[in-house]
Ligand binder design. Structure first.
Ligand code: SF4
Length: 459
């Protein structure tokens, strides 16, 4: 792995006769947040039915969607976690308990998950998966409260970390975001054919576009929305579970989110373009061409080109269909792995001095290989320009990252990294430049987590 990877996406749809189909399309739109497995649980008011499996959304639901009949659904895309038994970790998780039936899906990472799990096991709980999600189900099941809403609030008081939960009971849907709001979660409205109103919550607003939902707002950090039915319409109540202390993941703007999404109520495309503009202002390099590493560097490269006046060219083409391509064993395959995905257009870049824009450097191995294939293609000089600060520390809030020893910028200064990847020059966007791209003058307590850039962990 030579990138940071968002671990999951969640969606919930309340009051639509097509709730499972709307979940399916939403998960399809958010496939980039998790490709390992997918699942949907649907309630018809009397029963909850779940269909889930390993693979992409289209393959998991090549059949099975027809059995998900009901007005309320939750769904989940999961990103792989190396070394664990994937089959039992597919979400949503379904359980029967003293108040009836429940299904839960979760995006994030609970930092005290082991401690909570050990306590539950000591009290006799039996776990079926490696998922933090199961902790919440056990805590809800063990609560003595008579209302599910109170049980959820009590269960949340025991867990710490980054989470967006969607919880389905037979009659209601709950959506809750941790008090820091690390992971995004937005609320949209749907209008049914019979004129009644429904709601959707999703990790990214690109899901709303596909299902014609209207974006209403973000769910606040520490807020829980409780969806129920009234006179045929979906309604929701807002419950403040925790005092909000926002620490929204700034890396969403750098890499995770789709550029056509609004995340934390901001347009991701505009912010990525601003990053390129800020980079051009900070770097002031002269060159013949600006070239993105596709796809993640494309929008910042457009911004850089427009601000600097240096022509933009797609000098590298990406193959989107590599999947888990077979790589012959026993060969030095790093270059092949990059070549399978990225191919330079020699005629565009030969004998040129180029600025190459990428979103981040994690281990440095991919950047090194990209520069190697660009040099083989006859480039004269390569300036690698990164649209984020140096990633110096791992994430513990629901993002899959290598440990610190594997992060090249944790152990090397900029010139040592430049030497390792064999670029003629190397530049990173400053943290202030990143804040300016988002619309702030600098970091003045604007409520963003940036711990992977500065090691300031809030929990
Ligand atoms: S540490 Fe980095 S990736 Fe993790 S939540 Fe904070 S900003 Fe996002």
């Amino acid at each position: 792995m030579d990138s940071f990877n968002e671990k999951c996406a969640v969606v919930g749809v309340f009051n639509s006769s097509r709730s499972a189909a709307l979940c399916y399309y939403s998960l399809f739109a958010m496939q980039h947040r998790g490709q390992e497995s997918s699942g949907i649980s649907t309630s018809n008011g009397s029963n909850i039915v779940t269909h889930k499996g390993e693979g992409l959304v289209t393959s998991v639901f090549s059949d099975g969607l027809e059995k998900l009949v009901g007005y309320s659904s939750i769904g989940h895309n999961r990103y792989s976690t190396a070394g664990e038994d994937s089959k039992c970790d597919v979400q949503p998780i379904f359980a029967r308990y003293s108040l009836g039936q429940i299904a839960v899906a979760h995006n994030g990472n609970l930092v005290n998950a082991k401690e909570v799990r050990d306590n539950l096991i000591a009290k006799g709980a039996i776990f079926q998966s490696h998922l933090d999600t199961e902790n919440l189900i056990h805590l809800i099941a063990q609560s003595k409260s008579r209302k599910l809403q109170d049980r959820i609030i009590e269960a949340l008081s025991y867990i710490k970390g980054a989470y967006s939960f969607v919880i389905l009971s037979r009659g209601k849907l709950f959506a809750v975001r941790d008090q820091y709001g690390f992971r995004p979660l937005s609320l949209g409205e749907i209008e049914n054919e019979d004129g009644t109103k429904g709601y959707v919550v999703a990790s990214e607003t690109c899901a709303f576009d596909l299902i014609n939902a209207k974006y209403i707002r973000d769910i606040d950090p520490g807020e829980m929305l409780v969806f129920s039915l009234k006179d045929g319409n979906g309604i929701y109540e807002s419950v403040k579970v925790f005092e909000p202390t926002p620490k929204k993941c700034i890396f969403e703007f750098v890499y995770f989110a789709r550029p056509d999404s609004f995340v934390f109520n901001k347009c991701v495309y505009e912010i990525r373009k601003n990053m390129g503009i800020e980079l051009a202002r900070e770097c002031k390099i002269k060159a013949d061409l600006v070239i993105p590493v596709p796809d993640s560097g494309v929008i910042s490269a457009i911004g850089y080109s427009q601000e600097s006046g240096i022509p933009f060219e797609l000098g590298i083409v990406r193959n989107h269909y590599i999947g888990r391509t077979f790589i012959e064993p026993g060969q030095s395959n790093r270059e092949l792995k990059v070549r399978l995905k990225l191919n330079p257009i020699k005629e565009i870049i030969k004998d040129k001095e180029i600025i190459v824009i990428d979103d981040s450097i994690v281990r440095g191995t991919t950047s090194k290989q990209i520069i190697k294939i660009l040099r083989k293609a006859g480039v004269k000089k390569i300036h690698l320009v990164i649209a984020s600060p140096q990633t110096v520390s791992p994430c513990y809030y629901g993002v899959d990252t290598p440990d610190e020893t594997q992060l090249i910028s944790a152990t090397k200064d900029i010139d040592e990294v430049r030497e390792f990847i064999n670029a003629d020059s190397l530049h990173f966007l400053s943290l202030d430049g990143l804040y300016k791209s988002i619309g702030y003058e600098a970091d003045n307590g604007n409520g963003y987590c940036k711990a992977c850039f500065d090691k300031e962990y809030v929990i």
